[in-house]
Every structure is written in structure tokens, then in C-alpha cells.
Design a protein around this ligand. Structure first.
Ligand SMILES: Nc1ncnc2c1ncn2[C@@H]1O[C@H](COP(=O)(O)OP(=O)(O)OP(=O)(O)O)[C@@H](O)[C@H]1O
Ligand SMILES: [Mg+2]
Length: 252
């Protein structure tokens, strides 16, 4: 059997809070296998972004083990972590995080250029194919301000995928988009996942977005309170009811 893409064992993470520490993740265990598409839900402050950032090597655990794409992150120095993020991961954020002064295609190719690579015809063709794929054909020379929010997120998705990462991490990628645009971005995520088989982990508050994944985990009180297949929900309303149930369980 292949090793999982993400393997967390006994992961604890806290932040300084007043005179003590706030424990955000408490003994979290998680395995995500190659090719899975996992959605992460949970109330605001439940630790979703913290979890994603630990997996993305942007934060260090207090204790426990984080292994991603075969690398044990706790043992890596800063330089190796930078290389890991650049080579093995693709990030998609709520705020798109594009460089305003660069064109669409420059934004997509930027991570490779920043890594000291130079782009030949093959990379340019790959970039052009990806931009067509996400529906941005003909807009390669525009700047981010000349694009809608949904189009900017398409650029960010292309940027995250150009170097064929092992894992794509997306933190509320539709948090700034209306519901119609959200649906279109969902189509892109799903079809790219179907075609490339890239492992994806996506954080969202929206049940309709969580259903893009095949597996849904719900964070609560520092732990994974539910870990279920999305196939059991026939609509966002059903998932929403389940989610509320999980959040209310054990509450007085
Ligand atoms: N750098 C930090 N320093 C101190 N506390 C932090 C820091 N980052 C996050 N926290 C706290 O940790 C908890 C979890 O934060 P996190 O951002 O992971 O939540 P989240 O589930 O992503 O929330 P949201 O849905 O609002 O994005 C929150 O209570 C937050 O205030
Ligand atoms: Mg968050």
C-alpha cells in the first residue's frame, strides 16, 4: 500500500493566550490517502486554518508528528520547508493573493520563477493549457484588477497546479465569491481533481462547497469530531443538518 499523503499523529497545537495558552488542536490523528479530496468544516475558531497551516509547513506543532508527501515536517529546517512548500504543495487562499503588478500568466508562473527557474516553451504551453482549462483563455495578459473575483481565483488555482504538486490546500477559496461564482469554481476543483488525481484538502463553512469533497471532516473542541463520506448526503441541507448535530452533541 502507498503511504498516505498526509499523516498526523497525536498533533497538539496551542497559541499564547493571556498568561496561559489556548489549546486549538488536541491530539489530532488524521490520514489522507493519495488522490483523496477532503473537505474540512468547523465553527469559526475551531482550528481549520491552523490545521491546514501545520500540514502546509507554515506552522510548527507543539507535539506530535506531521508527515506530508513522505516528509516529516517537524524535522525540516527553514530552507527545506520552503522547498517542500514550493515543490510539493499548491495553495489557494480566500483572498486570491495575486501580485497586482503582474499579468495573469506571470502570476501563474511566478512561483517557478521565484524558485530561480527559467521558463521555456514547454512551461509556457503548460501555463497556457491550464489557463484555458480554468476558463481564462484570452485573458493571459490582463492584470488582477481587470478580473472579477471568480476569475482571480481561477488564476490562483492555475498557479497552485502548474508545478503538479502532490497536494493542494485551499482555505475558504470561495469565501469572497457569490454563490453562482462559487458553483463555477467548484466545477473547476472537481474536474481538476478527477483529471489529475491530485490530493486536495479544502476548508469551508459552506455545506454546498464541502460536498465537492468525497470525505468531510468536522473539527470541534480541538479534535476531529466527525469523519464521513460525502456520498451519504444527498443535498447541502442534509449535510448542514448533520453538521449542526455534530456541533451540538455533548453541549448542555
Ligand atoms: N497566531 C495566533 N496567535 C494566537 N491565537 C491564534 C493565532 N492564530 C489563531 N489563533 C486562535 O486559534 C484559534 C483557531 O484559529 P484558526 O484560524 O485555526 O480557526 P479557523 O477554524 O480557521 O476559524 P475561521 O473559520 O474563522 O477562519 C482561534 O481561537 C484563533 O483566535
Ligand atoms: Mg480560518
Amino acid at each position: 500500500m502507498n503511504d498516505p499523503v498526509i499523516h498526523l499523529e497525536h498533533v497538539c497545537k496551542s497559541y499564547p493566550s493571556g498568561r496561559g495558552r489556548a489549546h486549538v488542536l488536541n491530539d489530532v490523528e488524521l490520514r489522507v490517502e493519495i488522490g483523496e479530496f477532503v473537505s474540512v468544516m468547523g465553527a469559526s475558531g475551531s482550528g481549520k486554518t491552523t490545521l491546514l497551516n501545520l500540514i502546509g509547513g507554515l506552522l510548527q506543532v507543539d507535539s506530535g508528528l506531521v508527515r506530508v508527501a513522505g516528509k516529516e515536517l517537524t524535522g525540516l529546517d527553514d530552507r527545506s520547508l520552503t522547498l517542500f512548500r514550493r515543490n510539493d504543495l499548491g495553495f489557494v487562499f480566500q483572498m486570491f493573493n495575486l501580485v497586482p503588478g503582474l499579468t495573469v500568466e506571470e502570476n501563474v508562473m511566478l512561483p517557478g520563477l521565484a524558485a530561480g527557474g527559467s521558463f521555456g516553451d514547454e512551461e509556457r504551453r503548460a501555463c497556457s493549457r491550464l489557463l484555458t482549462r480554468v476558463g481564462l483563455e484570452g485573458k493571459e495578459k490582463r492584470r488582477p484588477r481587470e478580473l472579477s473575483g471568480g476569475e482571480q481565483q481561477r488564476v490562483a488555482i492555475a498557479r497552485a497546479l502548474l508545478h503538479r504538486p502532490h497536494l493542494v490546500l485551499a482555505d475558504e477559496p470561495t469565501g469572497n465569491l457569490d454563490s453562482e461564482t462559487t458553483g463555477a469554481i467548484g466545477e473547476i476543483f472537481r474536474s481538476l481533481h478527477d483529471d489529475t488525481g491530485i490530493t486536495m484538502m479544502l476548508v469551508t463553512h459552506e455545506p454546498s462547497v464541502a460536498l465537492w469533497g468525497e470525505r468531510i471532516i468536522i473539527l470541534k473542541d480541538g479534535r476531529i469530531a466527525a469523519d464521513v463520506g460525502s456520498g451519504q448526503f444527498s443535498s447541502p441541507v442534509e449535510l448542514s443538518a448533520f453538521y449542526q448535530q455534530v456541533l451540538q452533541k455533548d453541549q448542555i
